[in-house]
Design a binder for this molecule. Structure first.
Ligand SMILES: [Ca+2]
Length: 272
């Protein structure tokens, strides 16, 4: 598929806004008005090609596929959990409930080991795949938001515009990349996914998905996915937060407490 996705043009001002988001559930942000994308990257809009059920009790923090199953983490103190789910039947195959003191965040899988971030607990938990048995943990500094894996690296976000590069075996930090769109830092990076040299990130509260050159941090394209839910479906739903590629190579998106997962394709935004 094309490097990028989604729905309405996104302004460069929105992509690079600098205020700090509050990390609490809340109403869905209003979509940015259509505009002209800034220089240096392509703009796409996401259209829905398939709609699948999503458990609305899942406050989605991490989403990835591995060996045909979908894995999903759900955040919240006292309600965090991790699931392995059959695709596309959505049957829950395994579930791990986390201690009340842990707020589950992003997940990624390398060599049959799943790594899960926690928000403010400074601990990355490890689980065997597919049975989700705990098999260790790593400490780290700062907040944990999104996580993705290539064959050799973990990519970790913390809500800023910087992605940490970590060793999958030790979780040691190997370096970092600054994500820039049209020359400006793109903040609020949250859930991540890696595919063929491209790091995909959704931006907290903006409804946008960035396609980032994983080696340089340059944003190649921006997809507006703010229009996936109908207005009536936003009741009880929170922000877009979930990117994964299914076994057929389709980009799958969902959000916190969303009623659906969507397969999407990028299309050219409509002209004003
Ligand atoms: Ca993901």
């Amino acid at each position: 598929m094309r490097t990028f996705l989604l729905g309405a043009f996104v302004s460069i001002q929105a992509l690079t806004a600098c205020s700090s988001p509050e990390r609490v559930p809340g109403p869905a942000p209003a979509g940015d008005p259509p505009g002209v994308a800034g220089p240096g990257f392509e703009a796409w809009v996401a259209i829905i090609t398939d709609t699948l059920e999503h458990d609305r009790t899942m406050f989605t923090q991490g989403l990835c596929f591995y060996n045909g199953d979908i894995y999903e983490s759900s955040g919240g103190y006292g309600s965090s959990r991790l699931r392995r789910i059959a695709w596309p039947s959505m049957e829950i195959l395994d579930e791990v409930v986390l201690p009340d003191s842990l707020f589950a965040e992003g997940i990624a899988i390398v060599d049959d080991t799943l790594c899960m971030l926690t928000w403010r607990e400074g601990t990355a938990l490890r689980f065997t795949v597919p049975d989700l048995a705990r098999c260790g943990s790593f400490p780290y500094d700062g907040e944990g938001w999104g996580l993705a894996a290539s064959d050799s690296l973990l990519y970790m976000s913390d809500g800023s515009g910087t992605i940490a590069l970590r060793d999958p075996s030790t979780f040691g930090e190997l370096g970092s990349i600054e994500v820039r769109a049209g020359g400006s830092v793109a903040p609020f990076l949250n859930e991540l996914e890696y595919r063929d040299g491209v790091l995909y990130a959704n931006q907290w509260g903006l409804g946008t998905i960035l396609a980032i050159d994983a080696s340089t941090g340059r944003v190649a394209s921006v997809m507006d996915a703010s229009g996936l839910l109908d207005p009536s479906e936003w009741s009880g739903a929170d922000v877009l937060n979930g990117i994964a590629f299914d076994p057929g190579g389709r980009m799958i998106l969902t959000g916190k407490c969303w009623p659906w997962m969507f397969a999407v394709e990028p299309v050219t935004p409509p002209r004003n």
